[in-house]
Design a protein around this ligand. Structure first.
Ligand SMILES: [Zn+2]
Length: 296
């Protein structure tokens, strides 16, 4: 098990190196944009290679925002498809998304979004907002919480979400109600996940929230975003759904199955650029070689 996890890390780093090295040969696909996917942004103090937690440190995250603000056109998620369909863009179009809803989004990400005047979408698990302990699905925190500051894993609260929304830079969407893996849930349960979380978001944050849905685990290839789930999300009233399938998004992307690009702990600005420009074949190859279920 541990050997497989280390192999995953090695594959990721190798895929990244190939992506950066081959960037001069790559051409950005026309009429596409990049939906970047983050999770926690914190100084962990503990690196646990057995649990691929996709943490990005605050210092590294700021280098990403600096790069995005200088070299990309950052738009709100709901504007991405319309923006890329307007024609060839001088700079790559980017939308920032954050899954799970950690308190460190409020403490660390929100001030940086304000400083750089950038939009972002935050996807929260409505049934566990404000929890005192780690999220029930956060395997990294369940293992490491006793030896790390709570900032690394504490779920965000409703008052903190209100503050995020009032900045007018953050749109809060749903990451389901209980973070079920669709492989282990029936269609009725999935419809309930989408509906309950939308009701809660609208009740707490107003009708302009809950526009978007990020499927937990979110891999179409692994069967976690099946058609019935997508239909349930549409019927619940969401405007679009995002997956964890790697790829750039455009008009051709399914409205309720949009691909994203995962950001990893070790990504510097060069790697971020390779990802945003769509030089993703090394990642796709790496993903094809990997197996097992995702943690996100
Ligand atoms: Zn998640």
């Amino acid at each position: 098990m541990i050997g497989r996890m280390y192999l995953k890390q090695v594959l990721k780093v190798a895929a990244g190196a190939v992506a950066v090295a081959s960037l001069p040969l790559a051409r950005r696909p026309p009429r596409t944009g990049c939906i970047l996917m983050y999770h926690r942004v914190a100084d962990l103090e503990v690196f646990d290679a057995r649990l691929d937690a996709w943490n990005v440190s605050p210092a590294r995250f700021e280098t990403h925002l600096e790069w995005v603000s200088r070299h990309a056109r950052c738009v709100a998620l709901q504007d991405l498809t319309r923006t890329v369909s307007e024609g060839v863009q001088a700079r790559p179009v980017v939308a920032l998304t954050f899954d799970d809803g950690f308190g460190n989004f409020h403490r660390c990400v929100l001030p940086l979004l304000k400083r750089y005047r950038l939009n972002a979408s935050l996807f929260v698990v409505t049934g566990q907002v404000g929890l005192a302990g780690p999220y029930s699905f956060d395997r990294w925190a369940l293992r490491n919480a006793p030896r790390t500051p709570s900032d690394a894993w504490r779920p965000i609260t409703w008052p903190q979400l209100e503050e995020c929304v009032s900045s007018r830079l953050v749109s809060v969407g749903s990451h389901s109600h209980r973070h079920l893996n669709a492989l282990e849930a029936g269609n009725d349960e999935l419809a309930e996940e989408a509906g309950l979380s939308r009701d809660m978001l609208v009740r707490h944050l107003g009708k302009d929230s809950a526009l978007h849905y990020a499927y937990p685990y979110g891999s179409t290839r692994l069967g976690q975003v099946r058609q019935a789930y997508q239909r349930a999300v549409r019927r619940a009233g969401y405007d679009l759904g995002v997956t964890t399938d790697p790829g750039l998004a455009g008009e051709e992307s399914p409205r309720y199955g949009m691909p994203r690009v995962e950001v990893s702990a070790c990504d510097g600005p060069a790697m971020l650029r390779a990802k945003v420009e769509g030089n993703l074949w090394p990642q796709r190859l790496g993903q094809g070689l990997r197996s097992g279920r995702r943690e996100g």
